[in-house]
Write a protein that binds this ligand. Structure first.
Ligand code: SDX
Length: 393
């Protein structure tokens, strides 16, 4: 028993580790960050406040939030030499390929925060990573569209600064709409952490060798890119666009059910949630708000998504397998409406999840008992045998 939860012995036998950061009840569709329900945080909190909560365990007092925001704001610029690093990439490189490379390269730029035995350096590395990831992602976007990099501004909040760095150009400031900035901030919060998913487990396992923290986060970025994981938001919008109109939905539902067809409904199903992903519910509401603001509430993609969800959730194939929309099903609709290309969707997921990766890495590094260590295997290969000279093979 730990506080309010009693572990099911069967569950702990498969747990990769114990952690006090995020709790998911997949059957109930519940997600708590340090005990706070995700829908309350998405509605009432801000992403930077959620970062503080995930990192330090409690919601900040006013002065604590001001100090934390100030520390993050003053680390948003990247080393000027990194601009040259970007120029080595092809212009058509996928932003996730660039972000993976640049985050890993931070280990070559920031030497004074990699002695992880020193809690002070761990803290510096943590703040730097959270502060710089929006700049790195925005620079990957700017590079891919052939526009000059835009420097961060200290007078903007975290989400507004990211929008500014992506969409401002030297000839014209980007007009930040508060509804769009709130939707961006909410997307960051909804993706911030999700207990031991594939990319977080990758970061924890990498960190268990005391590797450079920036290299561990780069490993998490690489894992998140997969279409079965963080890459699903890009795949989901591409799927909704391919379906195109409501009358074509039944054809795709049948494809998703056909075992001989590799097609799956992207943005549907989850390894843990066997109920509605609570993040998807907030995301759907946010999509309606943003599209209404932008005067495109009858956006065909949203209509296809809502009709697809309705049809799938009344189909025994999906109901019997407890397949519901996940966090990736609606997020792409909002990001597309804001103006991002689908290639940036997973980079935005990685930006949001960086605080979760850092919080989980800090929790593990700070308590050697929590290190995943070296997983073993069940060997099912051939039994021991002697070497056969090639003349006898
Ligand atoms: C994320 O772990 C996390 O926390 C991840 C994440 C996070 O915040 O970090 O939540 C983010 O990765 C969300 C998931 C994004 N991926 C997708 O949306 C891709 C599409 N979804 C699937 O690939 C799939 O649902 C997985 C990979 C997410 C889960 O795969 P599982 O574990 O095989 O799914 P399952 O056990 O629920 O499958 C049970 C059955 C299987 O069929 P049967 O063998 O029983 O006949 O459902 C089928 C699956 O084939 N199935 C689907 C389906 N997902 C599962 N059939 C059609 N479409 C789908 N999307």
């Amino acid at each position: 028993k730990t506080g309010m939860f009693t572990y099911d012995p069967g569950f702990t036998s498969t747990a990769a580790c114990d952690s006090a950061i995020t709790y998911i009840d997949g059957d109930k569709g519940e997600l708590l960050y340090r005990g706070y329900p995700i829908d309350q945080l998405a509605e009432k909190s801000s992403f930077l406040e959620v970062c503080f909560l995930l990192l330090y365990g409690d919601l900040p007092k006013k002065n604590e939030l001001a100090d934390f925001s100030n520390r993050v704001t003053r680390h948003t610029m990247v080393h000027e030499q990194m601009h040259y690093f970007y120029r080595g990439f092809r212009r058509d490189a996928h932003p996730m390929a660039i972000v993976t490379g640049v985050v890993g390269a931070m280990a070559a730029f920031y030497h004074d925060s990699t002695d992880i035995s020193d809690p002070v350096q761990r803290e510096i590395a943590s703040i730097r990573m959270i502060a710089k990831i929006p700049t790195i992602a925005a620079m990957a976007y700017k590079y891919s569209v052939g526009q000059p990099f835009v420097y961060p501004r200290n007078d903007l909040d975290y989400a507004s600064n990211f929008l500014h760095m992506c969409f401002a150009v030297p000839a014209e400031e980007y007009k930040i709409d508060p509804v769009v900035a709130k939707a961006m901030d909410r997307i960051f919060t909804l993706h911030a952490d999700h207990e031991q998913n594939a990319s977080t487990s990758t970061v924890r396992l990498s960190g268990s060798s005391d590797a450079n923290p920036f290299a561990c986060i780069a490993a998490g970025v690489a894992c998140l890119w997969g279409p079965a994981h963080g890459g699903a938001n890009e795949a989901a919008l591409n799927m909704l666009r391919e379906i195109g109109t409501v009358d074509r939905i039944p054809e795709y539902i049948e494809k998703a059910k056909d075992k001989n067809d590799p097609f799956r409904l992207m943005g549907f199903g989850h390894r843990v949630y066997k109920n509605y992903d609570p993040r998807a519910a907030v995301m759907q509401e946010s999509a309606r708000e943003v599209l209404e603001l932008l005067g495109v509430e009858n956006n065909p993609t949203l209509q296809v998504a809502q009709e697809l969800e309705k049809i799938a959730l009344s189909d025994p194939y999906f109901v019997d397998r407890k397949l519901y929309p996940n966090v990736d099903f609606y997020s792409g609709i909002i990001l597309d409406a804001i103006g991002f290309p689908t290639s940036m969707f997973t980079a935005i997921f990685a930006l949001s999840r960086t605080v979760g990766w850092i919080a989980q890495w800090k929790e593990m590094i700070g308590d050697p008992q929590k290190k995943i260590g070296r997983p073993r295997q069940l060997y099912n290969g051939v039994a021991a045998r002697d070497y056969t000279p090639i003349s006898e093979r």
